[in-house]
Design a protein around this ligand. Structure first.
Ligand SMILES: C[S@@+](CC[C@H](N)C(=O)[O-])C[C@H]1O[C@@H](n2cnc3c(N)ncnc32)[C@H](O)[C@@H]1O
Length: 176
């Protein structure tokens, strides 16, 4: 799913874009964005994520990223105008599984970012319903998406319909 998310992003990102990685984790998405965009603002609430991402970026001599130890809920303190966002929800792989994204703060941030996103901007959300917190986050995000005005936003869902065990899926929202 991450590869597919990157495939979508590679189609969407312009080299002059300012983009947000709302859930930095181990920095795979941050690195991808940094290679394709002008500037990346990456957020995580765990110091471990910043350390891991910083190491990854330095190996690739990347210097167009601000790594921010703060919740994505506070994004507007750090970035004003932006063209794209990725959320890769859940917990830090190889980290503390009890520290995971939460429906309420995720949806609050998605809603605020959609309002601030540039005209023709894009948001990719990778959702993991296969763990308990992820299942309720997935349900609540879908309820929220149903409330969006489809004249303003086009929403595409990519899922592994024929696979068992609640696999991850992607939501791609384009501002029209
Ligand atoms: C699945 S990981 C992200 C994977 C990452 N994008 C990568 O490429 O490795 C989810 C991350 O979200 C972070 N997170 C949880 N709540 C957050 C919040 N409110 N703001 C920012 N990051 C948060 C977790 O600490 C965790 O590192």
């Amino acid at each position: 799913m991450t590869s597919i998310a990157h495939l979508y992003l590679s189609h969407l990102i312009d080299k002059d874009d300012i983009v947000i990685d709302a859930t930095m984790g181990n920095g795979y998405d941050t690195l991808f964005l940094a290679k394709h965009a002008k500037k990346v603002y990456a957020f995580d609430i765990q110091k471990q994520a910043l350390e891991s991402t910083s190491l990854r970026l330095s190996k690739h001599q990347i210097d167009n990223v601000d790594l921010i130890l703060d919740s994505h809920e506070n994004f507007s303190t750090y970035v004003d105008t932006f063209q794209g966002v990725i959320f890769n929800l859940g917990y830090l792989p190889h980290g503390d599984k009890s520290i995971t994204t939460k429906a309420q703060s995720t949806i609050k941030t998605i809603a605020q970012m959609l309002l601030k996103l540039d005209q023709h901007g894009y948001m990719i959300i990778v959702i993991y319903p296969g763990h308990p917190e992820g299942a309720s986050e997935s349900n609540e995000i879908n309820h929220f998406l149903e409330t969006l005005d489809t004249k303003k936003y086009k929403i595409i869902k990519t899922d592994l319909s024929y696979q068992d065990n609640l696999p991850p899926y992607i939501i791609w929202i384009s501002k029209t």
